[in-house]
Design a protein around this ligand. Sequence first.
Ligand code: AR6
Length: 178
Amino acid sequence: MLRLKIEERDVYITQDDITKLDCECIVNAANKSLLGGGGVDGAIHRRAGAELLRECRTLGGCETGEAKITKGYNLPAKWVIHTVGPIYSGSKRDAKLLADCYRNSLELAAKYNIHSIAFPAISTGVYGYPLKEATEVAVQAVKKWLADNKDYSIEVIFCCFDKRTYDIYKAYADKNNI
Ligand code: AR6
């Protein structure tokens, strides 16, 4: 686990299974239906249990770049924020939509008085977003939100499932003196 300081807040990079993290809130890289799927979404639903799906059914789906919140049920995390990353297309809009995922998740976290949040590498699995580009968008979007919300204390964890993802986050932080 690597600890960084971004905008005077603690930001961690860790290689872990997000469903095991003992933090207040974890973010799910969901799809627009919010009814489960593969990847991190499948893992979160499996560990949270059937009650999560029941609550998700009441939400009416979610647009790309937006975020919705549920309870965490059997997860160690009290809350799950479900956000829908863009399916990578190579257009300029991808980065905007991916940044929206991070910003809207943090907005929702603040609304619910959440002070620790873990993000997976949204869109970089099934949705095909190139990892290096996605890492830059993720870190910069979080940095911007922290800069825009200086009076809100929150700890942010970038939860990398595999070593390749962890190494790319670490290299990005090193390269940018974060
Ligand atoms: N903990 C942390 N990260 C994980 C875990 C885990 N347990 N499992 C996978 N990852 P993906 P996407 C990483 O495909 O690209 C689903 O079917 C994974 O290694 O989960 O946004 C949804 O329902 C990768 O680094 O999400 C959607 O249909 C990252 O999480 C679609 O996939 C994201 O990979 C969303 O695709």
